[in-house]
Design a protein around this ligand. Sequence first.
Ligand code: IMP
Ligand code: MG
Length: 198
Amino acid sequence: MPNRGRKQRKNKKAPGENVKILISGPRIQRRIQALARQIRRDFPDEPLHLVSVLKGGVFFLTDLARSISGEVSFDFIAVSSYGHDTHSSGQVRLTRDLDSSIEGKTVIVVEDILDTGMTLQYLLKLFQQRKPKHLRVAVLLDKPDRRVAPVRADYVGFSIPNEFVVGYGLDYSERYRNLPYVGVLSLDSKLAKKAAEK
Ligand code: IMP
Ligand code: MG
């Protein structure tokens, strides 16, 4: 095994930014195995159609899909809700639709994080209109304190405090998605002030 731990800590950050590990890569992987078993137990004989939200949900989707036994297919949708900072605009816009119909399918929406709930509220309404057989939600992370829309996930990897996190798909201005762990991003106060003035 290569020494991944040392490399992780050395991961290059932008000036004024720091990332502190919150959930390690191995812990994420163990939790995903458990979620995969739970999902299969709930739908023992059904083909499952995973629908992931680009781009943040991709690593969760690929790890989850490989851990669920039996028939699994997947598709992607893209929405934009966040601008280029750590605050949501609250606006959700569809930027890429699914390739195939979900009618009659057992659909699991796979998202990186449930924050205000605006994104999932929008998606669940859209998907419900397309008449799936079942519609469930799996999120790797849940920030319950931030909820605005009344959305609940059926499968939650980790409940986390109200902090801005990056890694394992989650980004800050498109960076840090490739970290194998989830970490809390902190900004140097001078730099943060500068960004807020823009
Ligand atoms: P919601 O619509 O507020 O629930 O936000 C969902 C989306 O906002 C997620 O899919 C992420 O793309 C983004 N998001 C929310 N919280 C964070 C965070 O802590 N770090 C990075 N992205 C986040
Ligand atoms: Mg996202």
